[in-house]
Design a protein around this ligand. Structure first.
Ligand SMILES: [Zn+2]
Length: 326
């Protein structure tokens, strides 16, 4: 079974809706739909609300994204939402795949904690504190941008951490039972989250920086801290985050390389899956959610035990949700 910590399918569906096309979640031409999740033997999928920078009112756009999510979900008879931790098991017993509503930027919250209450009430259970731009919470991975505003993907951002509001938000998320997601957060922000979070955290879609040097990935020291915290990091299938050798489209090989590396460094309990389907280019070996059997077979052939494969594929992710959700 597969628990995937990140996909951008709802964003893709919203973008197409804006062009006047209704895209369903039952069956579509994207990387994730009910059919593909069933074929990929999914236990759970995290659906992120991603807010592109072009929107002046990110909160309004976020509410719209949530409306789109529930509209599409209501038509799927084999997917059901998770609001409490016990819903994972209830859904499984009913033969349904669990769906977790998440966010890929905390910018809709602004500096207003009452917005967090609203998002919780609408079912958001994990929030990636920010995306590629500065917000009221903190700073992104990228330490350097060129004159066109494009990050160099190499220079990290170790000094800029969480803002005072960011620290308050971390504490509020711990109390409410929302998982804190540190993918996209600056290295400085990561260490602040480690310092202030009383619960295990998630890096929903980030790999090992020692294997592939992109600063979207975690350094060895960050992985040590993640292990101490009891958290987990989800392997991101984006070519450029898998390998810096130009062969990052060989997803199975490279997920195995990252998993092996992380296992040797901090143990198998802190590595999970976070595909980034419909956020990254699909011209990769694991081109959509139905292909996950290839990865399971690959892990088996690479010598991972059944227990280890289960931990990577869904149990580690589930443990972090158990530690956070009510
Ligand atoms: Zn992302």
């Amino acid at each position: 079974m597969i628990f995937d910590l990140h996909c951008d399918t709802i964003w893709k569906i919203s973008e197409r809706e804006e062009k006047g096309e209704y895209v369903s979640l039952v069956s579509n031409d994207l990387c994730v739909d009910q059919e593909k999740l069933l074929n990929g033997n999914f236990f759970a999928m995290c659906f992120a609300i991603y807010i592109p920078n072009k929107y002046e009112n990110p909160f309004e756009r976020c509410v719209h994204g949530i409306d789109v999510y529930y509209d599409r979900l209501a038509k799927c008879d084999k997917i059901a939402p998770v609001l409490s931790f016990s819903d994972f098991e209830k859904n499984r017993e009913l033969g349904k795949i669990s769906s977790v509503l998440t966010m890929e930027d905390g910018c809709p919250i602004g500096k207003d904690l009452s917005k967090l209450d609203y998002l919780y009430d609408r079912g958001v259970r994990m929030i990636c504190l920010l995306h590629n731009l500065v917000n009221e919470i903190g700073y992104p991975n990228y330490g350097k941008y060129n004159e066109k505003g494009v990050p160099d993907y190499v220079t990290p951002n170790p000094n800029q951490g969480l803002t005072d509001f960011g620290v308050q938000l971390v504490q509020a998320m711990n109390e409410k039972g929302i998982v804190i997601d540190v993918s996209h957060l600056s290295d400085g922000g990561f260490y602040d989250v480690i310092k202030y979070s009383k619960k295990p955290i998630m890096a929903s879609h980030s790999n090992a920086r020692a294997v592939c040097g992109s600063i979207r990935n975690l350094t060895d020291d960050m992985l040590y801290k993640l292990a101490d915290n009891g958290g987990a990091t989800g392997m991101n299938y984006a070519k450029g985050f898998m390998s810096s050798k130009g062969d990052g489209d060989q997803t199975v090989k490279w997920v195995i390389e990252h998993v092996k590396y992380i296992k040797n460094l901090i143990g198998i309990d802190h590595v999970a899956l976070g595909s980034d389907f419909d956020g990254v280019s699909p011209d990769i070996e694991l081109s959509d959610a139905s292909k996950m059997g290839l990865l399971v077979k690959g892990l088996d052939r690479a010598g991972f035990t059944t227990t280890e494969i289960e931990k990577v594929c869904y149990k580690n992710a589930l443990r972090v949700f158990k530690a956070n959700l009510k």
